[in-house]
Design a protein around this ligand. Structure first.
Ligand code: PGA
Length: 226
């Protein structure tokens, strides 16, 4: 399978940008985490486009939880992937509670989606014993995204050797789980990063908001097999 390219628009974008992406991205190794409010529109326009959500509730199914969106609702909107534990959620919204992250992982998997679990340099703190067991038991439906804090939104990627070292450690520790790298990936550095043999793909923030740039990153994944 080709290396996986996931865009994360964060709280950005518009319906016209959704249209532009739907009209010009056909590659099957690509998913985009657009804002949740655009998901239904995107799914109804093109059910084949791989959609990701940027978060889900710790609560599953329905209930009196104002402002929350359950994994169940996301699955009904055609989402195939849900990003869990992104550092911006952990730091800006105090969602750093490990047992809540595990609840979200459970909700994603029990709704037949794949979780993209973000970890930083402190991955051992973020993946406790239970989470590690969870990964082991759901190895085909959990992807790790290694996103060093110093690289997110800063324009400073980690070096190729630093990334490879951490990936190798993560793969040894967590049952050869699939791993993405995230943090200042752009069209210039994508090919070098994607060429790391133990890497399964990239999670792209800022550079996923410009269609041309994102398409160049997708092109950089051509012929690279995970
Ligand atoms: P960035 O964001 O590519 O803008 O650094 C990555 C992320 O937050 O997932």
């Amino acid at each position: 399978m080709n290396k996986f390219i996931v865009g994360n628009w964060k709280m950005n974008g518009s319906l016209s940008l959704v249209d532009a992406f739907l009209d010009s991205i056909e590659e099957q190794n690509v998913a985009v985490a657009i804002p949740q409010a655009f998901l239904a529109y995107a799914y109804s326009r093109n059910p084949k486009f791989k959609l990701a959500a940027q978060n889900c509730s710790i609560y599953d199914k329905f209930g009196a939880h104002t402002g929350e969106i359950s994994a169940d609702i996301l699955a009904g909107l055609g989402c195939q992937y849900v990003i869990i534990g992104h550092s911006e959620r952990r730091h800006m919204f105090e969602e750093d509670n490990i047992s809540n992250i595990l609840k979200k992982l459970n909700n994603v998997i029990s709704n037949n989606m794949t979780a993209i679990l973000c970890v930083d340099e402190q991955y051992e703190r973020l993946i406790n014993r239970e989470t590690s067991e969870f990964i082991k038991n759901n190895i085909n439906n959990v992807i790790l995204a290694y996103e060093p804090l110093s690289a997110i939104g800063t324009g400073k990627t980690s070096s190729i050797s630093e990334i490879s070292n951490v990936l190798n450690l993560l793969k040894q520790k967590y049952f050869s789980v699939n791993i993405l790298y995230g943090g200042s990936v752009n069209s210039k550095n994508a090919r070098d990063i994607l060429s790391i043999s133990s890497l399964d793909g990239v999670l792209v923030g800022g550079a996923s908001l410009k269609l041309g740039e994102f398409k160049e990153i997708i092109a950089a994944s051509k012929d690279l097999i995970a």
